[in-house]
Design a binder for this molecule. Structure first.
Ligand code: UTP
Length: 293
């Protein structure tokens, strides 16, 4: 038995090594996580959420064809020189801030063997600490950063926390779904999880969305998890193993969630984020109204 992990969550793992087949052909040669919502890549929203929750160390799991992600969070010398020379101070500050907001490190997942396997790739960087996992294509627009809502639960119970939201029964087959006992409004104790159930078999309508606070025990569970569909190691399967041994919580997240790795989810997010922009919202709304749908 190792020592208890600390109660501070200072590291986040952002798996971004998937092939993005739902978004082909855009993702043939460019990372899905770099698709822009208005003018900012998806993964920057996700990193900003982690940073807003006090996380300073960002571990991004990448793979072939994902170099643009590393360049995005690095200094861009020529661009910065150009902006400086042309007196574009506002833009320069904004661009510089991207590389400075956290410490970034990268681990390559050599083969896309699933989300569980991607997380396993970060094991040597985590040590005996709790850590956050944020999926690079799940966008949560919330007054309190979603991962912070979950860190607050972790700090009370020192146990893994899974982000959940209710979904219509007709959509449960697209998600991992929890079986759970409510213990407070918006807080559940998870007894089991089912991956992509048919509606009749779903134990609830509470779907797992792309945010987790995990403890190092997950790595042992992942090592024990046999590859499932398509030879992928599923995080849900490892969480199932863990739920049998340990108390685990589900936190119903406040805020609007967009599956931006899916074309329809991406379009919805684009419209809503566009409408919310102070510089674009008004003319964009006028344009949408002019469509007379
Ligand atoms: P998804 O299933 O949404 O991503 O995985 P995908 O496999 O890239 O997309 P589709 O289904 O083919 O369209 C959720 C997250 O886990 C990462 C993805 O990059 C995404 O952010 N992931 C997935 C990995 O890092 N490695 C993997 O082997 C699989």
């Amino acid at each position: 038995m190792g020592a208890m992990p600390s109660s501070n969550v200072t590291k986040a793992v952002i798996p971004a090594a998937g092939l993005g087949t739902r978004f082909l052909p855009a993702t043939k040669a460019s990372p899905k996580e770099m698709l822009p919502l208005v003018d900012k890549p998806l993964i920057q929203y996700v990193v900003e959420e982690a940073v807003a929750a006090g996380i300073r160390e960002i571990i991004i799991i990448t793979g072939r064809g994902k170099r643009a992600i590393e360049d995005h969070f690095d200094v861009s010398f020529e661009l910065e020189e150009n902006l400086r020379e042309n007196g574009k101070k506002g833009l320069l500050k904004e661009i510089q801030a991207i590389a400075e907001m956290a410490d970034f490190c990268y681990v390559r997942q050599r083969h896309a063997r699933g989300l569980g396997h991607a997380i396993l790739c970060a094991q040597h960087l985590i040590g005996n600490e709790p850590f956050a996992v944020l999926l690079g294509d799940d966008i949560l627009d919330a007054p309190v950063p979603a991962i912070q809502q979950m860190i607050q639960v972790y700090q009370r119970f020192q146990a893994p926390v899974v982000g959940i939201q209710p979904v219509p029964k007709s959509e449960v087959h697209q998600y991992g779904v929890i079986k759970a006992e409510p213990i407070e409004p918006d807080l559940f104790q998870i007894t089991d999880l089912v991956e992509k159930p048919v509606p009749q078999m779903a134990p609830s309508n509470l779907a797992v969305i792309g945010r987790y606070i995990l403890t190092p025990e997950i790595f042992k569970a992942l090592e024990k998890t046999p590859p499932g569909k398509n030879g992928e190691i599923q995080l849900t399967d490892a969480l199932r193993i863990l739920a049998q041994q340990k108390v685990m919580y589900g936190k119903k997240l406040q805020g609007m969630r967009y599956d931006a790795g899916d074309k329809l989810g991406f379009l919805k997010a684009t419209v809503e984020f566009g409408l919310k922009r102070p510089d674009l919202g008004k003319p964009f709304l006028q344009y949408l109204k002019s469509l007379k749908l």
